[in-house]
Design a protein around this ligand. Sequence first.
Ligand code: B12
Length: 213
Amino acid sequence: MVDLSSLRDAILDGDAAAAATAASAALAGGASPLELVERAIGPAMDEVGRLFEEGEYFVPELLVSARATKQVFELIRPLLAQAGVASRGRVVLGTVQGDQHDIGKNLVAAMLEGGGFEVVDLGVDVPPSRLVAAVAERQPDIVGLSALLTTTMPAMAQAVKALADAGLRERVRVMVGGAPVTQAFAESIGADAFGANANAAVDAARRLVISPG
Ligand code: B12
């Protein structure tokens, strides 16, 4: 098994150039793009979150780590897309209105792509109107919504309601996630699935396309 500790360390140090170099070396050494996400990027960002909570890291450290992660995603995204055979389905994904957190969403996007899904990433701070327009235009099988703030969880409910008001709710399955989100909350807003992490997101997406509705 390829040693991914230098990639993990580079992300923790927020060193984007070192992260890209370590990622390239790991890929050349036989690691798969998915392994990089599961064994290095995910654990490193969990650790960054923990260090922030404990007061050891502050916002600047968070941002440089997030940037290093993005650099690695640039490198592995085309490979992840190749790895997924025929598309299992299309997912429109975004962080809800008022919320700028995208590290977890980006991990979910990468894992979904690695799992064979086509992902349309709407980015962060997505208002219901933009979500509705994207669903109407791109006709996804699944909508994935992320929220990291308790104050933006209601925006998830508003997004689901906006889909219903636009007559699109019956056409898509909705899955939700993010640190404050729970299965009970997902059910309370009428979402079809909840995923606690990026692996669970892929499992949920697979279930939703097998039994859509
Ligand atoms: C990084 C971070 C930031 C960065 C975000 C950078 C970026 N580009 O994302 C910055 C510095 C910008 C930031 C800003 C703020 N933050 Co902040 N932030 C965090 C932090 C430390 C880590 C979040 C993270 O990336 N975790 C790592 C990823 C991998 O985990 P994740 O996001 O949970 O995602 C996983 C799962 O939840 C799931 N998932 C996620 N999305 C989805 C979607 C679907 C569909 C599915 C199925 C699954 C799924 O899979 C992911 C992968 O496993 C958390 C603390 C924490 N430990 O969670 C605080 C935290 C979320 N932030 C917090 C706060 C308060 C803020 C600010 C309001 C601070 C301020 N006063 O300005 C602002 C808000 C800005 C805004 N409007 O959004 C609070 C929220 C408190 C609350 N109860 O609401 C937290 C919990 C910190 C704290 N303890 O106080 N933050």
